[in-house]
Design a protein around this ligand. Structure first.
Ligand SMILES: Nc1ncnc2c1ncn2[C@@H]1O[C@H](COP(=O)(O)OP(=O)(O)O)[C@@H](O)[C@H]1O
Ligand SMILES: [Mg+2]
Length: 252
């Protein structure tokens, strides 16, 4: 295994008195795609949000334990949360662009982080849109509203928006749940490309999707980590009965 990019240590998440994640210990490898799989309500989204300090945006949400990013606890004292969210980008389950132009959606993050020069912003917008294979489709209408794009294009735009601030990790929450098969296939192709340069964590309820794009799989059930391994090992030799049932589709 390559080095771990993110390490969850005894990570628990509560919503009020309800415990959604129970003391997760998991090392997520660098420059690879790790799929977080499990049934609805297993805690996949909560886990992703806890890796970029987004859970705390909910009233009553509480996180315990540690998440080490490059060795540093993102829940530790003196941490710049804005910087954590730049380094660890999240693509939410139903990604929605801002009601602004295509250009402004991508330029927003870099501006927030202090990039002012127009030519630099132009370059970032172009590069980010190229990275998600959207440049050719939109280069002649960068000033039109992002809301005019198709759902699949919106999803890729939101990935471009995340890439524009040069993150190290990209968290992608269940892209298949809100997209048609063709758009989903494009996102999967993109994940295969991006995992060369970024650490990808993909939450998905779709085992086939996990098999197609991930190098590692973590299986969650009812807020606990059941098992973690390489994708080929998990498919060929699941250690836990619950994982086996899940991948053979017994409870799907
Ligand atoms: N903002 C929230 N407030 C209260 N409960 C939540 C919230 N988000 C998630 N939960 C609960 O936490 C559990 C895990 O949810 P979630 O992380 O969304 O799982 P998954 O993404 O695997 O479907 C579920 O029981 C869900 O109802
Ligand atoms: Mg979810």
């Amino acid at each position: 295994m390559t080095d771990a990019k993110l390490v969850a240590r005894d990570l628990s998440v509560y919503y009020g008195s309800f415990q959604a994640l129970a003391s997760i210990n998991l090392a997520i490898p660098s420059d690879a795609a790790t799929a977080i799989i499990g049934h609805t309500n297993a805690g996949k989204s909560s886990f992703l949000r806890s890796l970029c300090r987004m859970n705390e945006l909910w009233d009553g949400a509480r996180t315990e334990g540690q998440v080490l990013l490059g060795g540093e606890n993102i829940y530790g004292p003196g941490i710049d949360v804005t910087e954590v969210r730049r380094r660890v980008g999240l693509l939410a389950r139903r990604p929605s662009p801002f009601p602004r132009s295509i250009y402004e959606n991508v330029a927003y993050g870099p501006r927030l982080h202090g990039v002012k020069q127009r030519s630099t912003l132009d370059d970032i917008v172009k590069k980010s849109l190229k990275q998600v294979a959207l440049w050719k489709e939109v280069k002649d209408r960068l000033q039109t509203s992002a809301l005019m794009l198709s759902p699949g294009q919106k999803a890729r735009l939101c990935i471009a928006r995340a890439l524009a601030v040069e993150p190290e990790v990209l968290l992608i929450d269940d892209p298949a749940s809100s997209l048609d098969p063709i758009s989903t296939a494009k996102i999967e192709d993109l994940i295969l490309e991006l995992k060369e340069d970024y650490t990808i964590v993909l939450a998905t309820h779709d085992m086939q999707q996990a098999g197609r794009v991930s190098d590692y799989i973590a299986f969650l059930a009812e807020g606990s980590l059941v098992e973690f391994g390489s994708t080929s090992d998990i498919f060929a030799r699941p250690k836990d009965r619950r994982t086996e049932d899940y991948i053979t589709g017994r409870f799907n």
